[in-house]
Design a protein around this ligand. Structure first.
Ligand code: ZN
Length: 341
């Protein structure tokens, strides 16, 4: 199991976060996806709840530290969208359970990408109660952008006027999606993106894989922790193929049937995230170099990328809520290919 101390790019952010007294009661921790921000949030919660608050890092031996290690601390309130349970660190699971809707969890359905109003309400009510162990209460909200406006509103009062010594740690890769009412009440701490060389070196020591293949995987934008898991589970082939296809390495003319099939193999939501990230990479490189990157395929074309970024974003929402996911996926792939043929 990966710990935050295993992630070299988090060292500076960790020192900054854990080295401060945090007089403000609400922190918003941001940074690119899958770099270890959730683990950092948990470290911070552990430190805030440790019964020997002067100790940095937290002591690891008090009752509070033990309860967090066993994922049963009654004053650590953790909420996150259910979809995160599919590949999240075991340390979060038990803590998160109490705010999931048990009726819905047992049904065979897609795990929700949203933090429900009901969860947010339940959390607010729990935070108004006195602390179980007599110390601080910490609310750790992972993927905080998954709160829609109603969920955010349900949290607002307790965020504005927390009862007792309550601390909020909101963690997100997409802070711009948070309502300004939430954003403006938090102190923001940005974790910078890891350097490509750093990620290549980290993954290279953990897996036997050519650097060129790793570089292709990194272009997916899935983040080092996700890529590490995929490599461990030997399930990267479909992702590498999709990225290579989009970069024009394995086709002459893009066709929508092939693109749809490759996206299905990766999974619709993840595939659309990858397509969206490839457009973003092209735009970023263009800004850095003052010209479109020398890249083949769909994603070498700046005009296409500018049009496609939003389109892939809305397609993710459509596919997520569509009755016929495949049809929605076919639509967006046909659109993309029609732009280039
Ligand atoms: Zn402790």
């Amino acid at each position: 199991m990966i710990e935050s101390a295993d992630l070299p790019w988090l060292i500076a952010s960790s020192k900054k976060l854990l080295g401060s007294d945090h007089k403000h009661h609400a922190l918003l921790v941001t940074g690119p996806p899958a770099i270890g921000k959730y683990l950092l949030g948990l470290d911070l919660a552990r430190q805030m709840l440790c019964e020997r608050p002067g100790e940095r890092p937290p002591c690891g031996s008090c009752q509070s530290c033990h309860l967090i290690s066993s994922s049963v601390h009654p004053d650590l309130h953790l909420i996150m969208p259910e979809v995160l349970t599919e590949d999240c660190h075991a340390a979060f699971l038990n803590h998160a359970q109490r705010y999931f809707d048990p009726g819905q969890s047992s049904q065979k359905r897609k795990r929700s990408r949203l933090i429900s109003v009901e969860s947010a309400r339940q959390l607010s009510e729990a935070l108004l109660e006195t602390s179980r162990l007599g110390g601080r209460k910490v609310a750790l909200i992972l993927a905080a952008d998954a709160m829609n406006r109603n969920a955010a509103n349900a949290m607002l009062k307790v965020l504005e006027e927390p009862a007792g010594e309550t601390h909020f740690i909101l963690v997100t890769s997409f802070p711009y999606r948070l309502p300004s009412t939430i954003h403006s009440r938090c102190i923001r701490v940005d974790c910078p993106a890891p350097k490509v060389a750093e990620v290549l070196a980290w993954l290279g020591t953990r897996h036997e894989i050519e650097e060129k293949d790793l570089s292709t995987l990194l272009l997916s934008g899935l983040g080092p922790i996700t890529i590490n898991e995929l490599l461990t589970n030997r399930s990267v082939a479909a992702i590498s193929t999709l990225v290579s296809y989009c970069l024009g390495e394995i086709y002459d003319t893009p066709d929508s049937l092939t693109l749809t099939r490759l996206c299905e193999e990766v999974g619709a939501d993840r595939a659309l995230r990858i397509l969206q990230n490839l457009t973003l990479e092209t735009v970023r490189e263009s800004v850095r170099q003052g010209a479109a990157p020398a890249r083949e395929g769909f994603f070498g074309n700046l005009g296409f990328c500018l049009r496609a970024f939003r389109k892939f974003g809305s397609a993710r929402e459509t596919v997520d809520s569509a009755v016929d996911e495949q049809l929605a996926l076919e639509d967006i792939c046909a659109w993309a290919c029609a732009q280039r043929t």
